[in-house]
Design a protein around this ligand. Structure first.
Ligand code: BES
Ligand code: ZN
Ligand code: ZN
Length: 540
């Protein structure tokens, strides 16, 4: 999507849809809303006074404005006449004024896009609401790669994200624009313009800083959309080999170093756990490694690891048929890591970041791993495979251990659709967060808050570790039903040594029915922007 920053008065903007936010209650209108209301001869404020618009975040009112040529103040406005476009002013409720944060702005932008879609418009202009000042957390991390230390810049970044995330759709597998349905899908919004909701005489942040914030928002959202596209591809398209091809292309586009291991290299690396999961499939596994070298050679990298299980049948411990198609999303962690690497490449961040994606299917054939089998991980620890459906932790065990040995990471974060128990614990509104390092955990929580992709901690207490004890091997791959997400986390911890590490269980947040206005049914790209905000927090 093309995005421009405009410093034109909102009522004079020449766009088919201009959206402005109005908080709850009857307080003063923002400068932008005031200007649009004036151009409408006060129609909006009359509607609000009559109680037709209460400013809650589902409220919306659309007005057809006098064309720019007919506007009360014609100074500088486009001339009227033939072909003059219809102008619409959209007032969107944004909830309580004291609660206007990045998430509220992202949602506002996304709701404007959805309205544009329903009107079959491909272009819109946003009057970007300013964040509520009382909240110190609003600005977020400063730093070179992340200019959003100023709340106005954070608002611009969030609005850009909302626009680009909402405008994404997955259409590459439809044979015709109409598909099977009789109503063709609306054209996607492809052009956006933004301006902060400032008073006419107010300066706001300088132009360069504003442009940087928009670029940052673009990179984050495009990285996340890239992950969504990969998630949406079915398992017969997005095989491990396909993901490796995607990584090779990213390496070419962004000058990453790339390593792809196949089954023979994995044998040499003693990756018995990854190979045990891949054993039941005709599709060969891949271990994908992308290295962005933006820092000094000697600087240890931040390492991002994502579960790239391209289809999870459960293996011999087979899953029920109902809903099994969703197990194409079991590569969501890997997709997020690839999406984050893409954004890191686009931004050219000045630090070293490595992305690692173990990619495999979990299928069933005569060579498939069986319940009770004991396998040997790369780390040398043996594992009794009680349940072949607990395969994510196995492929991650070898990937984490490989990353630790090869890169001695400054810090490492993995993300994985790891346990159904996580969905029971936190539902669809937060990823579970656990790890060995309080600093990494806290930084991820903050990154989660800034991105709106919330992360909530679970404890990795030693008391739970007993559940993983096996009578025949060093570990079992399952710890029983109690605290299923925690025992999965404890399993991973066995393979990270002393590395400051945290794990995100994204089983409930990576895909599903939309819970935010920018989402559509399917892959959400979560936690791409969490990973990116976390990486950006190291660029100060
Ligand atoms: N990919 C699943 C976890 C999952 C479940 C993700 C539901 C998204 C939605 C994982 O490989 C798995 O099957 N885990 C098992 C572990 C159990 C056997 C200990 C689970 O959660 O049931
Ligand atoms: Zn599984
Ligand atoms: Zn799985």
């Amino acid at each position: 999507m093309k995005i421009r920053i405009l410093d034109q008065a909102p009522a004079r903007v020449h766009a088919p849809l201009v959206a402005v936010a109005v908080p709850r209650g009857n307080g003063d209108l923002s400068p932008g809303a005031l200007a649009l209301d004036a151009a409408l001869g006060g129609a909006f404020s009359r509607a609000r006074a009559a109680g037709d618009f209460d400013g809650r975040d589902e409220a919306s009112l659309l007005f057809y404005a006098p064309s720019a040529g007919e506007a009360p103040d014609q100074d500088g406005a486009p001339q009227g006449g033939e072909g003059r476009e219809l102008r619409r002013f959209l007032f969107l409720g944004i909830g309580d004024a004291e609660k206007i944060d990045r998430s509220a702005v992202r949602s506002f932008a996304a709701r404007a896009v959805r309205r544009a879609e329903s009107l079959r418009l491909t272009e819109l202009h946003l009057v970007v609401p300013r964040l509520h000042r009382s909240d110190k957390a609003q600005g977020g991390e400063g730093g070179e790669g992340n200019p959003a230390g100023d709340p106005d810049l954070a608002a611009l970044q969030a609005a850009t994200e909302g626009l680009i995330l909402a405008a994404w759709d997955f259409r590459e597998l439809r044979s015709s624009p109409t598909g099977a349905s009789s109503t063709p899908p609306p054209p996607l919004v492809s052009r956006g313009a933004l301006a902060l909701d400032l008073a006419p005489d107010e300066a706001g942040p300088d132009d360069d800083a504003q442009a940087r914030s928009v670029r940052l928002g673009q990179a984050l959202a495009q990285g996340e959309n890239f992950a969504r596209t990969l998630q949406q591809r079915p398992a017969n398209v997005a095989t491990p080999e396909h993901l490796a091809g995607v990584a090779l292309q990213l390496a070419e586009d962004h000058e990453f170093e790339v390593t792809i291991l196949g089954p023979r290299e994995m044998e040499r690396e003693n990756m018995g756990a990854l190979l045990a999961v891949a054993a039941g499939s005709e599709q060969e596994p891949r271990l994908i490694v992308l290295e962005h070298r933006g820092g000094e050679d000697k600087d240890p990298p931040l390492v991002l690891v994502g579960k790239g299980l391209t289809f999870d049948t459960g293996g011999i411990s087979i899953k029920p048929a109902l809903g099994m198609e969703d197990m194409k999303f079991d590569m969501s962690g890997g997709a997020a890591v690839l999406g984050a690497m893409k954004a890191i490449g686009m931004l050219g961040l000045p630090l070293n970041v490595v992305g690692v994606v173990p990619a495999s299917e979990n299928l069933i054939n005569g060579r498939a791993t069986k319940p009770g089998d004991v396998i040997r991980t790369r780390a040398g620890k043996t594992v009794e495979v009680i349940n072949t459906d607990a395969e994510g932790r196995l492929i991650l065990a070898d990937a984490l251990h490989y990353a630790v040995e090869r890169f001695s990471p400054r810090a490492m974060v993995d993300c994985a659709t790891l346990t159904g128990a996580c969905v029971i614990a936190l539902g669809h509104h937060a990823s579970a967060l656990m790890g060995t390092d309080e600093g990494v955990i806290q930084a991820l929580r903050e990154a989660g808050d800034r991105s709106g992709e919330r992360c909530w901690p679970l404890p990795l207490w030693a008391a739970y570790r007993k559940q993983l004890e096996s009578p025949v091997a060093d570990l079992k791959n399952v710890g029983g039903r109690p605290a299923g997400s925690i025992t999965a986390g404890l399993f991973l911890r066995e393979f990270v040594g002393d590395t400051p590490w945290a794990h995100l269980d994204i089983a409930g947040t990576a895909y599903g029915e939309p819970v935010e206005p920018w989402q559509r049914k399917g892959g959400f790209g979560v936690p791409t922007r969490v990973l990116l905000e976390w990486v950006l927090s190291h660029t100060t």
